[in-house]
Design a protein around this ligand. Structure first.
Ligand code: ATP
Length: 134
């Protein structure tokens, strides 16, 4: 089986580095599937999961937006934040989700709704990744 090298990098450092058979990501334009030999490409990403397929195993990495770059020799994902499923703190994400929901329901003038919506998306994405819900 052919493989492609994948790196997930954040401002805090590298999060993932491996050879995989397929990478899937939620781009702004829709779901992208990248196989070895894919043409060069740069795509902005949504808050979502990066799926990394190796044999019968698929690993998930939660990312909070960023860019995916396909080059002939590798795929690089530059993300604002990224966590492998096993390094996600479920209690923290649950609390972040609760806070965001409260802010969205508050209907107060001093709430930044766009910011609360993004926080809600990040938290529910992290929880989905820990529950393998993709
Ligand atoms: P919180 O309100 O809990 O800080 P957030 O969505 O605002 O959540 P971010 O700004 O996206 O957090 O991330 C800040 C840093 O904290 C990043 O390095 C990110 O990887 C990490 N991080 C955030 N939430 C979690 C989590 N639930 N588990 C592990 N790491 C997390």
């Amino acid at each position: 089986m052919k493989t492609v090298k994948v790196n997930v990098v954040t401002p805090d450092g590298p999060v993932y580095d491996a050879e995989v058979e397929m990478v899937s990501a939620k781009a702004k334009s829709g779901e992208l599937g990248i196989l070895p030999g894919h043409i060069p490409l740069v795509a902005p990403l949504e808050i979502g999961a990066i799926k990394l397929k190796k044999g019968s195993n698929t690993e998930l990495v939660a990312v909070s937006g960023g860019f995916l770059e396909v080059r002939p020799d590798k795929v690089t994902i530059l993300a604002q934040s990224a966590e492998k499923a096993e390094s996600i703190d479920v209690a923290r994400a649950t609390e972040a989700l609760r806070r965001a929901e409260q802010r969205l329901q508050a209907k107060q003038e001093n709430v930044d709704f766009k910011r609360a919506e993004l926080a809600l998306k990040r938290a529910s994405n992290r929880l989905n990744v820990t529950q393998n819900k993709y």
